[in-house]
Design a protein around this ligand. Structure first.
Ligand code: ZN
Length: 455
């Protein structure tokens, strides 16, 4: 695009019929001359004053066209700047930058009409200057563009031919496009995008429901617990359900459901839903025990590692508590430490066996990127587009996104799946979170207008 900047400027300043007729006049001038060249600015730099002036004479006859071309003088590195300087005067620097930005915005999309017209100019000029030959049936619609042939096929063929032409090895190492973008970067500031407000997705009134549910699940534990013996199945089922409700409660506090934290939590919630369903599907006492022992083993491993740090323990670690967890079921010397996943299989396999592959696909993959700090998550959270077309819509640091699409309703869906599992493992438990209807207001979830648990 910088290679035919003069043409790009005209596509923005003039109606299409007019700029196309100017393009044709320049092409005609090339056809009548004995110039063997292309129409790039670097080609123009090789012309004598007389050659250049006769090629572009039609443009210089019109004051409006000359005015539209003045942004060319913004660029110190424009290859044929000396020629343009003889004809143009830059009076209003700011206005020239504005016009340039508008023209560049029209052609940044390489499939836009203006871009295709500029590509056509490059092609047809090469043909007129005898630098390119084509079979007649291919050449006719290009020469007659945009009046001859079906534009649905002519336009793509122009783009394809020009792209092929541009990707031929560059003998002279055209430095101008890179210099153009560098000068744009040096001369203009970034334009940060305003923070967008996605659909609210507020789960209004669910905070109290979750608190009530948490209490009901606790009550249910006492109604089904028959002894004080260690019961890995009972503890795992109730533990996972309560942990999941707790996560959903955290999400429904303030705007956490619309920030990164929401994505971290929804991923964990998904893992719990799948793990619990998988355990119930097999419902094997050894497997329930394995799930529990793996956790105790992790506590033991943490304890043994942390004890080496003595006075330099991380703030969040309570060593006495971890020691207690490690020794709760059996003395830690008898607890084995198993590395890797507790079941020796990945979550995707578990979700297949539990018939929850759709849950895995919907809620696990993309949020995992946020857990691992991968590029997609960084891009979404702390970068945004610069809206200055002269910067090619690059990405710039932004305020952390606080208003992502809400995960609140999705969290409720997953909590209800946990409750279904609870009901299956220890019937009967019929309470579910009542999902709110379409969002009506921006009121926080923990506002006074609360719904109630559907019993
Ligand atoms: Zn920028």
């Amino acid at each position: 695009m910088p290679d035919v900047l003069w043409a790009v400027l005209l596509t923005s300043a003039l109606p299409r019929d007019e700029y196309l007729s100017y393009f044709r006049l320049v092409v005609d001038a090339a056809y009548k001359s004995d110039l063997k060249m292309g129409i790039l600015h670097s080609d123009g730099a090789k012309l004598t004053e007389r050659q250049f002036d006769s090629l572009f004479a039609p443009l210089f006859a019109d004051a409006g066209v000359l005015n539209a071309l003045t942004p060319l003088l913004l660029f110190e590195n424009l290859p044929d700047r000396q020629h343009w300087m003889r004809h143009l005067t830059l009076l209003d620097y700011e206005q020239a930058l504005q016009s340039l930005a508008q023209a560049v915005a029209r052609t940044l999309d390489h499939q836009s009409e203006a871009s295709t017209d500029c590509r056509w100019l490059k092609l047809v000029f090469m043909m007129a200057a005898g630098m390119m030959q084509m079979p007649t049936e291919l050449a006719r619609p290009i020469i007659g563009f945009p009046r001859i042939g079906d534009m649905r096929s002519v336009r793509p063929s122009i783009r394809a031919a020009e792209i092929a032409l541009s990707s031929m090895p560059d003998k002279e190492q055209n430095q101008w496009p890179a210099a153009f973008w560098k000068e744009c970067w040096d001369k203009t500031d970034c334009v940060p995008a305003p923070q967008r407000e996605p659909e609210s997705g507020q789960a209004e009134g669910v905070a109290r429901q979750l608190i009530e549910l948490y209490a009901l699940v606790g009550d249910h534990f006492f109604s089904v617990c028959e002894t004080t013996d260690i019961n890995p199945r009972l503890d795992a089922v109730f533990g996972m359900v309560l942990y999941g409700i707790n996560l959903a409660m955290t999400l429904n506090h303030g705007t956490a459901h619309r920030r990164v934290e929401g994505r971290l939590a929804i991923r964990t919630l998904t893992e719990i839903v799948i793990t619990l369903s998988f355990l119930l599907k097999r419902d094997n006492p050894n497997l329930w025990q394995k799930f529990r022992s793996h956790g105790s083993g992790q506590a033991k491993l943490t304890f043994l590692k942390m004890i080496d740090f003595e006075s330099e323990l991380p703030d969040y670690i309570d060593l006495d508590e971890i020691e207690m967890f490690a020794n709760e079921d059996i003395w830690q010397e008898f607890t084995s430490i198993e590395l890797g996943n507790w079941a020796g299989m990945d979550l995707r396999k578990m979700s297949e066996e539990a018939g929850l592959i759709d849950v895995y696909d919907k809620y696990y993959g993309w949020p995992s990127g946020y857990v691992h700090g991968q590029w997609g998550a960084l891009r979404d959270t702390v970068f945004d587009l610069c809206l200055n077309p002269l910067h090619r819509y690059h990405r710039i640091p932004s305020l952390p996104k606080r208003l992502m699409g809400s995960v609140a309703i999705d969290a409720l869906h997953l909590v209800n799946m946990l409750l279904d599992s609870l009901n299956m493992a220890y019937p009967s438990f019929k309470s579910r979170v009542k999902k709110p209807g379409p969002a009506k207001s921006e009121a926080p979830l923990d506002s006074d207008k609360e719904g109630s648990v559907e019993g």
